[in-house]
Design a protein around this ligand. Structure first.
Ligand code: G3H
Ligand code: 13P
Ligand code: NA
Ligand code: ZN
Length: 328
């Protein structure tokens, strides 16, 4: 059944677990993730970015969500907009059946330049008011996602921030986080602790200098009742990199967010954990394997089937690791 982010994360907080939020762009990803949720008896968050909405079309996504919910009446399912960039993007998502939206006002609408506090708090409060009138939930973001190694560095879309940011500018300030939650009425708060989107987060296994999990603990102390969200939380497992590369891919050596660091976050208020890259790697590795081993195959089901199986395996593993399993 479809539920809101607030309903799901309140339950997660009460029972001390985290919920992976998996990005989807198509039917295969949706089916695969719901299969994992059914296998492990886990509630689930599916999220679509603006790019996903443009790729799949809002009407198709809306019917996909309805279909998945109807297929799995016993699985609590939250459908969330990832990184909304203005009021219109958020409200049209709700119109199309999303039960939750992210208003990301940490950047300006163009997605490349940094916004100030007043802009972020103002636009997020307006979206929270409208979403709450409609019975939907809202995630806001305070602080800037980006690599502490590179000082902001490249975003996933290839746009860099103008200039580089210092260590402190990239991390969420706990006092500002508390003020932001009071000013905006968000249901969940995305915070910055050194992760970035995509496969290239860290050039070695991250330590506390580049992955500042202590920031999460400080924010949780100030805001014990706020549901925290970790973006850029793919673990970029070596075995998935290896499969892609074995069958002709070219992923350069890289490190993601270790699962044990996410588990530490879950002990300190992290309830929603955003994962896209790991599913992309799992799908692509499985597809490359079929293309390489069975070049005579050209029925899409012959490679999309294995791709779904790889996503189901990955998602089921995260449901177990985050303690989501058994809570549907
Ligand atoms: O925020 C980043 C997510 O991985 C979604 O990526 O905008 O390419 O769909 P996307
Ligand atoms: P990854 O690129 O680490 O999977 O992060 C996804 C994300 O944060 C989507 O909002
Ligand atoms: Na989000
Ligand atoms: Zn994100």
């Amino acid at each position: 059944a479809l539920i809101t982010l607030r309903q799901l994360l309140d339950h997660a907080a009460e029972h001390g677990y985290g919920v992976p939020a998996f990005n989807i762009n198509n039917m295969e990803q949706g089916l695969a993730i719901l299969a994992a949720a059914a296998q492990t008896d886990a509630p689930v968050i599916l999220q679509a970015s603006r790019g996903a909405r443009a790729y799949a079309n809002d009407l198709i996504l809306a019917r996909l969500i309805e279909g998945l919910a109807e297929m799995h009446p016993d699985i609590p399912l939250c459908m969330h907009l990832d990184h909304g960039n203005n009021e219109a993007t958020c409200i049209t998502a709700i119109q199309h059946g999303f039960t939750s939206v992210m208003m990301d006002g940490s950047l300006k609408e163009d997605g490349t330049s940094l916004a100030d506090y007043a802009y972020n708090a103002g636009v997020t409060r307006r979206v929270a008011d409208m979403a709450h009138w409609c019975g939907a939930s809202v995630e806001g973001e305070i602080g800037v996602l980006g690599s502490l190694e590179t000082g902001g560095g490249e975003q996933e879309d290839g746009h860099g921030f103008e200039g580089t940011l210092s260590h402190d500018q990239l991390l969420t300030d706990p006092d500002e986080a508390a003020r932001f939650v009071a000013d905006t009425h968000v249901d969940a708060l995305a915070v910055a602790m050194g992760t970035s989107h995509g496969a290239y987060k860290f050039s070695r296994k991250p330590d506390g200098d580049v992955l500042a999990m202590n920031v999460i603990e400080a924010i949780h102390q100030k805001l014990p009742n706020t549901h925290l969200v970790m973006h850029g939380s793919s673990s970029v497992p070596e075995d998935l990199q290896e499969i892609v590369n074995r069958y002709g891919g070219e992923i350069k050596p890289t490190w993601g967010v270790p699962v044990e660091e996410i588990q530490r976050g879950i002990r300190h208020g992290v309830r929603k954990i955003n994962i896209d890259t790991d599913c992309r790697l799992a799908m692509t590795g499985a597809i490359r394997k079929v293309f390489s081993e069975k070049p005579e195959e050209f029925d899409p089901r012959k490679y999309l089937g294995p791709a779904m199986a790889a996503v189901t395996k990955l998602a089921a593993q995260r449901f177990e690791e985050f303690g989501t399993a058994g809570h549907a």
